[in-house]
Structures are given as C-alpha cells and as structure tokens.
Design a protein around this ligand. Sequence first.
Ligand code: FES
Ligand SMILES: [Fe+2]
Length: 462
Amino acid sequence: MPGGDEALANTANGKHQDMQMAAEYDTSVSANRESRMPQVADGSFASLLWLCRERLRELSLRVLRCVPVVGQAFDRPRLQPLVSSHRQMLRWVRAPYGSPGKPASLADIPWNYVRKYEDSIPFTGLREYWYPALKSGQLRHNEVKPVTMLGDHLVFFRSADGRPRALVDRCPHRGVLLSLGQVGVWQPGTLTCRYHGMTFDGAGECVAFLADGPDSPACGKIRARSYPTEEVAGIVWVYMGDKEPAPVLDSIPHAREVLTGPALRILQIEWPFSHLNTLDNDIDLAHPSCLHRTCIPLSGQKLWGRVSAAEQPCGGIRASYVDDVPHAGKRHIDEIEWHLPNFAYFAPDTFLPNVAGYFWAVPKDIGNSVAWAINGVNSVSLRYALAFAWFMGRFIPGSPRQCVDASDAGMMASQGRIADWSRDRLTRTDAPVAKARLKLREAFALEQSERKNRMAGRSADD
Ligand code: FES
Ligand SMILES: [Fe+2]
C-alpha cells in the first residue's frame, strides 16, 4: 500500500503514529497545559488594547535593534503574543514565485506525485456532481463564454429561450475552439464555429454547416458533447458527469436553505493551487484559532480543543469540538460541515446571523481552482447590507474576506500547487481532514468503477 494510503487508513482507524505521539505529548503537558499556552487575544476591547500595546512594543524593539551597539541589548529571545498579520500574509501571497521567502518550486506541478496517485486521487475533481460555473451576469445573450473546469474546456452560451448551454469547447469537425465562434449567425441561440461554419444548437446537435450548404449531410449526424446546465440563484451550474443528474436544488445538501433566500452574495476567487489544498483547509477546524487569531470575527476562538469528525445523514462530514474548553470571546467556529464534491457549508450564525453559506472549491485544472463563497441572506435590510460590505470587504483589515484572501490563501499556496498527502504527518486534530480525504477518494473509486462498467456495457452492445 502506498505511503499516503497507509497514512489515511491508519488515521481513519485511530492508529496513526502521529496520533500516538500527540496523545503522549498531551499527557506530558496536561498538568501544566494552561501555563504553557501562548498568550492570545480574546476579542474584547481590553484585549485589543493589549494587542495594540504588543504591536507598539514590537515596533519599538525593531527600531531599537537597528541602532548599533544598543541593538544587541534588545536582540534577545522573549515571549510574544500569537498574532497573525494580514499585511505580512498578503505581501507573501502577492509576491511572485522565486522572490525571497517564496520558493520558485512552489509553482511547479509535482508530476511524479500526480502520476503515482492519479488512479486514487481526483486531481481534477469528481465528475458526477453539479458545480457552479458562472454568475448569471457573466453569461449574456449572443455571447460565448469559455470556462475551464475539471481539467476540460467548456464553452457556455444562451439558447434562444435564454437557457444557459454548455458544450465541450472543441468543434467536432476539425477541432478548433468553439469559443472562437459566434452565437446567432444561423438562428438565435445557436453557436457557429468560425472556421467552416458548423453550427450547433444548445444540445450540441449540428443544425447547419455553412461551408457545405443547406443540404449538408452533417446536419443531424454530427454532435458536439453537451453537458446539463441549470440556472439557480443567479448561478449557472453545470454537471460534467455521464449520468442523468437530479435538479440542483434536490442534489446539493442545504441548497434550499442557501440558494432560495431573498438575497444572495457571491464571490469568486481564482487560486493558483489545487482544489485539494482547499479541501484540507475547509474541513480543518483546528486552524481558525491560530491562523485567524486576528481576524475580528474569530478573535475569541478557543485556541485548542478535541476535534471529532462525524458522518452526516445527508452524506457530509461534520467536524466539531467535543470538549468544553471555553471560548475566550463571543464569536467562534465550533463546527464545519463538508460535502462532496468539495465544499463547506456554514450554518446560520457561523459568521453572521440569518446567513447560511457555501464555500466551494471548483477545480479549474490540475494546479488551479476557483473558490466560490455563496452566502444566502434571509434578511434584507440596511444593517445586513453594511454587515455584508464588511464581511466581503477585501480591503477591510480583519474582515473575513481578507482573512481568506491573505491567511488561508497563503497557507494553501505554501503547500505547493498540489498538497502532497503522502508526506503529511496527520495528528488527532486532523481526524476530519483524514475522513474528508478518504471520502473523496472513495467517491473517485466509485466513479471510476462505474465508468469502466459503462464502457464495458457499451462495447458489449457494439
Ligand atoms: S473546425 Fe469547426 S467548422 Fe471546421
Ligand atoms: Fe481559514
């Protein structure tokens, strides 16, 4: 069994060596754990003042250290508060690969790892699921929109009735990109290839071949591959599998709660790393307390706690704290729910009251992904508009958006283009991560065996 599989299997059985080490460590420090924990901010006004004082102290020390001779006296080991600097992380995230502190190798696709595990890890995602592809406003009538998803190139356009349509972005005639073509040349809502004029309807059927004339035998015989689409809640969803999908609202857990409220806020972020890195981050309940320490809504998060991972009746995995270690402040994340193909669900009150949300990781290709933050708002008011402005405020220090853009993105990008699961030393805090990885791999194995059976059935029919 390869190293990664073994680690996953052992972790799932609770026998991982790391877990034993963590348990021993836990026993050895349990007597004086409190005294050994670093100082933290608890989100109160007093603690913010304390944080400011600490920052001022740090700045003064930095200045003093620059003064010759005097600097040596201040260059000593000391205790520091646990602080996550958005500014520092943003600077790192934006720095080009190869600059100091950001090795060029992080930009490389680890092809050896990919080849070794391509049969057991869905590097370009699972196929038999709906995915968000575009915001409705990004797909206008009479226009084509190319989108790369799950490692494939798709072209979206609207048919005459306004429905979004998705075809594989390859003309079946001689293979040029259909997205270089034009909509509405033959009939409204049809897509015409620019090379020789082969024209397709929304179902991918060839309905005209301009270079071959009105009696072209290609019509009705040649097809471009099409995928089912739906437009729900201002989002164009696409299903890139082989099966017949159930409707979006019946397929995606919590869809009616998140997608059918009076208002929706959607955010797309392109990330130069795999959706697998995002999986690890999404279900990881152990990181907000450290990484998001200075993200205002989470500044009172408990620093540590025993984490459990439980299967949900609707198929997801819920990571939650199981002990009664108190929170320092009012706001905190106590549980996260993760679902296939790869998204986290946040229940109302996780960040804002009356707001339930998704955080999707949509694979673009093998080393790139698009993160979708989809928030369903069940209350339309000025208060909520302002709360959302802050919530999504990319440039507002301490806002959740900035926490994600800076801190989460920094951590995930520093794992490399694809997080190498075979080298991870998982601990007991990673039980939800291990379970989610396992679930993803099981779903991938199932998809592959079903695909093989389908192909075997087809060749038997032939
Ligand atoms: S390649 Fe598209 S019509 Fe010829
Ligand atoms: Fe995070």
